[in-house]
Design a protein around this ligand. Structure first.
Ligand code: NAP
Ligand code: HSE
Length: 428
């Protein structure tokens, strides 16, 4: 019989136990599709005594994931502990150094150390695969590295954090303010142990940085992602956007521009009729655009035991079959270091402000926009009372720099109360 592929799994939480379940329940299917049996040899977690709802008695136990990574009787080290340093980094490095291939679900580690790890793996003749790290069960890494390998990728855009999409859609559906829905999501266990990773956009930005690297053949550059979380999205803006035919999403956008690589993760308006606009709850969606293929849309579960373990096992099966791809789709030494471009591509913006209700207020705002070269597409006043007049403006395409100049101009007048809200409108 062909040699089995032997796994060591570090981390027995949501993802790790999902992997154990697939290996245990789908043994025949995996062996048939991979061309050889796939078996778990050794495992590691913090607590040996915790009941994890599956039979783990047949596997060797290691308290230390680094020791697990170095075992002679494993071929593939599966890192599903999490963390951008510490044991996750040490054990991944140890696995590569001791001749193991690595499958990881850890976007934080790869977003910060991906280039060095990819280079180390290639130098050692090993592979690192990370399908599960981006958009859970959606095969987006495979789509970029394999299905679309013949394309110049022009743009990657998507909703890559299910918790944020849950919060934003729940705010709209229930008419609740951000803090109420945040507290609810936290109580339901939908958010990471550090919720700022989700609502601050950091988790989604890790994923975007990984996709950018594959899409544009560049070194993964997480610090260059322009980042804004959803904490400042108000129910008022969700309502007004809906009234104008838009939804607010935490949107990741990566595109190569004449000035460098633009990577943004921020709340954006998208047309409510678009695939992204219709995305509800915790689902993820990634839209990929290539010069030959045009646009493709991938949608599915971005998290959870089954979807994430499905992605981990897809990588494991590839390794079992002998498919050996570079971590970011091309040799690490060929990944380019490029300049980061700040939102240089012009777009329409949604702007909401409170005007003091007196003659000439609107014309002052219009004049400041004109001076900054920002053209108004649509404008309306609503919810008018005796003193304040909320005003909504949708601009024609403009740069963020021009809009910021106008917003600075508003602050110097006596007709705009408080800071205006400005949210980019992203076309699909
Ligand atoms: P989790 O449920 O918190 O499980 C983490 C596991 O790692 C636990 O079993 C824990 O042990 C173990 N662990 C932590 N520190 C350890 C250490 N120092 N030594 C040995 N074991 C250690 O996490 P998860 O949700 O499965 O996520 C795992 C990874 O997958 C993360 O990188 C995460 O970002 C990524 N991911 C998760 C999802 C998802 O839907 N959950 C989706 C995509 C990607 P104990 O159980 O004994 O505490
Ligand atoms: N916290 C992440 C999310 C988990 O909500 O999408 C999957 O990475």
């Amino acid at each position: 019989m062909t040699n089995p592929l032997r796994l060591g799994i570090a981390g027995l939480g949501t993802v790790g136990i999902g992997v154990v379940k697939i290996v245990q329940t789908h043994a025949d299917l995996l062996a048939t599709r991979a061309g050889r049996p796939i078996e778990i040899v050794a495992i590691s977690a913090r607590s040996r005594s915790k009941d994890r709802g599956v039979d783990l008695t047949g596997y060797a136990w290691e308290d230390d994931p680094v020791t697990l990574a170095k075992r002679d009787d494993i071929d593939v080290f599966i890192e599903v502990m999490g963390g951008d340093s510490g044991p996750a980094k040490a054990s991944t490095e140890a696995a590569i150094a001791s001749g193991k291939d690595v499958v990881s679900a850890n976007k934080a580690l790869l977003a910060l150390h991906g280039q060095a790890l990819a280079q180390a793996a290639e130098d050692a003749g090993r592979v690192i695969r990370f399908e599960a790290a981006v958009a859970g069960g959606i095969p987006v890494v495979k789509s970029l590295t394999e299905g679309l390998a013949a394309n110049v990728i022009t743009r990657v855009i998507g909703v890559m954090n299910g918790s944020c999409n849950y919060i934003l859609t729940r705010m709209e559906d229930a008419g609740l303010p951000y803090q109420d829905v945040f507290d609810e999501a936290n109580a339901l266990g939908y958010l990471e142990a550090d919720p700022e990773l989700d609502v601050g956009g950091i988790d989604a930005a890790h994923k975007l940085a990984l996709l950018s690297s594959i899409a544009f053949g560049t070194r993964v550059d997480f610090p260059a992602v322009e980042l804004e979380g959803i904490g400042s999205v108000s129910i008022e803006d969700i309502r007004q956007a809906a009234d104008m035919g838009y939804k607010i999403k935490l949107l990741g956008v990566a595109q190569m521009t004449g000035r460098g690589l633009e990577q943004r993760m921020s709340p954006c308006l998208v047309p409510e009729t678009s695939p992204l606009g219709q995305l509800q709850g915790g689902t993820n969606m990634v839209v990929l655009e290539g010069d030959a293929v045009g646009q493709i849309v991938l949608r599915g579960a971005g998290a959870g035991e089954g979807p994430t373990a499905s992605a981990v096992m897809a990588d494991v099966i590839d390794i079992a079959r002998g498919t050996r791809l570079s971590t970011f789709g091309q040799p690490a030494s060929t990944l380019r270091k490029v300049r980061a471009a700040q939102a240089s591509v012009a777009a329409p913006y949604y702007v909401r402000m409170e005007l003091v209700d007196k003659p000439g207020a609107l014309s002052k705002v219009a004049a400041i926009l004109a001076d900054a070269g920002v053209s108004i597409d649509r404008m309306r006043q609503y919810g008018h009372d005796d003193t304040a007049a909320p005003v909504l403006i949708v601009t024609h395409k403009t740069t963020r720099t021009a809009l910021d100049a106008a917003i600075e101009g508003f602050a110097r007048t006596d007709v705009v109360s408080g800071p205006p809200v400005a949210i980019r409108i992203e076309a699909e």
